[in-house]
Write a protein that binds this ligand. Structure first.
Ligand SMILES: Nc1ncnc2c1ncn2[C@@H]1O[C@H](COP(=O)(O)OP(=O)(O)O)[C@@H](O)[C@H]1O
Ligand SMILES: [Mg+2]
Length: 354
C-alpha cells in the first residue's frame, strides 16, 4: 500500500526556521538539547517509520501550491494520504481546505475531517460547543476593539490570546496580565499583529494536562501527560508560551518539562479522560487528537482547547502518551493509517456525536 505523507512548508517557512531561533549564550542550565530543530526531519521520520512497518511511503511538500498534490496524485496514485498539512499560504484557517479537497476527491486520508479542523481552529467556537455540553472552560470575553475593555467582565489575572491561532502563536510571557495597563498593551499588540479578535480568559493557576485520544469509531484515551512547571523561575509565567514550545535558546523551553504518565488523584484522572473523550466526539475529531486542560489549585478541570491532528513527531506530546500506553512510534502510525484505510469505502456521513 502506498502512503503519501503530505505537508506544506513554503520556501519562506523553510528560510524562517533557519534564522528564527539563533544560538546564543545561555545564562541558565539547559535541560534539553539546544540544537535548533529541522522541521523536515519530523516528516521524514514518519515516512521512514511507515516504510519500516511495510508501506510504500514517500513525502510530498506542497510548497503552498495544491497543484503539486494533484500532479503527484496523477503520477503516484497513493492509496492513503497521511495528512500533515496545517497551514496554507500562511493561513491556519485553510488547514481545513486541504482536507476538503481530499474529501471531494474521495481519497482516504488520516486525521480529522474538515469541519473539526475548522471548529477547533476557532477557539471561541470550540468554547461555545464545550460550554453547551457543560464541559468547563475558562471564563472568557471576546474583544474586537480596544475600547471594549471599558466593559471588562473578567477577574485578573487574565491571559490574552489571538482567537484563531495555534501552537502557542501569540502566547508569550506578556500574555498574562494583572492590570488594565498591561491588558491594554497586550490586546493592542494582538490586534495589530494578528488582525483577528482577541480572546481574554481568566488565567487558571495550577497544573497543565495534555490528554491524547486515539481512534476512529472507538476512540480511547491514552495516559495523561503533564507539563511540569516546578522548575520555572519566578520571572516567567507557568504557561506553554511560544518560547517554551519552540525556542531551544530560551529558558522557558527548558523549564516546562513533560511528565507522562502524570501523577494524579484517581478521580481527577478519570474526569480528565472522560472530558477529553467527550470533547473529542463533540468537536468531531477523528483518529488522533490532544485535548489541553488546566487543573486549578482547587482541583477543577478546565478544557483550554482541542488539537485535531496534533504534532506526531517522536518526541512530541501525542507520541509520549502513546509510548506510555505501550505502543511504539511505528505501531501508532500504522494504526492511524489503518483507521483511514478502513474508511475507504464507507458510506458513513460525518456524524457529530453531541
Ligand atoms: N486560561 C488559561 N489559564 C492558564 N493558562 C492558559 C490559559 N489559556 C492558555 N494558557 C496557557 O497558554 C498555552 C497555549 O494556550 P492554548 O489555548 O492551548 O493555545 P494554542 O492553540 O496556541 O496551544 C496553554 O498550553 C497554557 O499553558
Ligand atoms: Mg494548546
Amino acid at each position: 500500500m502506498k502512503v503519501a505523507v503530505v505537508y506544506n512548508l513554503s520556501h519562506s517557512d523553510l528560510e524562517h526556521y533557519k534564522t528564527e531561533f539563533t544560538p546564543k549564550e545561555l545564562d541558565f542550565e539547559p535541560y534539553f538539547d539546544v540544537e535548533s530543530c529541522n522541521p523536515l526531519e519530523g516528516y521524514h521520520s514518519i515516512r521512514d517509520a511507515l516504510i519500516k512497518v511495510g508501506y510504500e511511503a514517500y513525502c510530498l511538500n506542497l510548497f503552498d501550491d495544491y497543484n503539486a498534490f494533484l500532479a503527484d496524485y496523477k503520477i503516484n496514485c497513493p492509496d492513503i494520504i497521511f495528512n500533515m498539512v496545517e497551514i496554507y499560504r500562511d493561513k491556519a484557517y485553510l488547514e481545513m481546505s486541504f482536507a476538503s479537497l481530499l474529501e471531494m476527491m474521495k481519497v482516504p486520508y488520516t486525521g480529522a475531517p474538515p469541519l473539526a479542523l475548522g471548529v477547533c481552529q476557532r477557539k471561541i467556537m470550540t468554547k461555545s460547543i464545550l460550554s453547551s455540553l457543560e464541559i468547563r472552560t475558562p471564563k472568557f470575553q471576546v474583544i474586537t476593539r480596544l475600547e471594549e475593555l471599558g466593559s471588562l467582565k473578567l477577574n485578573y489575572p487574565i491571559i490574552v490570546k489571538p482567537s484563531m491561532e495555534d501552537a502557542s502563536l501569540g502566547i508569550e510571557d506578556e500574555s498574562v496580565v494583572s492590570d488594565m495597563e498591561a491588558l491594554k498593551r497586550r490586546v493592542q499588540y494582538v490586534l495589530n499583529h494578528f488582525k483577528q479578535n482577541v480572546l481574554l480568559e481568566e488565567f487558571i493557576d495550577g497544573r497543565e494536562l495534555n490528554v491524547a485520544v486515539l481512534g476512529d469509531k472507538n476512540p480511547r484515551v491514552l495516559p495523561i501527560s503533564e507539563i511540569d512547571f516546578s522548575e520555572m523561575p519566578a520571572h516567567l509565567n507557568n504557561i506553554v508560551s511560544y518560547q517554551a514550545k519552540w525556542d531551544p535558546f530560551h529558558e522557558a523551553y527548558h523549564m516546562a518539562r513533560p511528565i507522562c504518565p502524570a501523577l494524579l488523584p484517581l478521580e481527577v484522572e478519570k474526569e480528565a479522560k472522560d472530558l477529553a473523550l467527550r470533547a473529542f466526539k463533540a468537536l468531531g475529531c477523528r483518529d488522533y487528537a490532544r485535548v489541553d486542560m488546566r487543573l486549578s489549585n482547587d482541583n477543577k478541570l478546565y478544557v483550554l482547547e482541542a488539537n485535531p491532528n496534533p504534532d506526531l513527531t517522536e518526541d512530541a506530546g501525542f507520541m509520549r502518551s502513546s509510548r506510555a500506553s505501550g505502543m511504539s512510534f511505528r505501531r501508532t502510525l500504522r494504526k492511524i493509517v489503518e483507521f483511514a484505510w478502513s474508511r475507504r469505502e464507507e458510506k458513513r456521513i460525518m456524524d457529530y456525536e453531541v
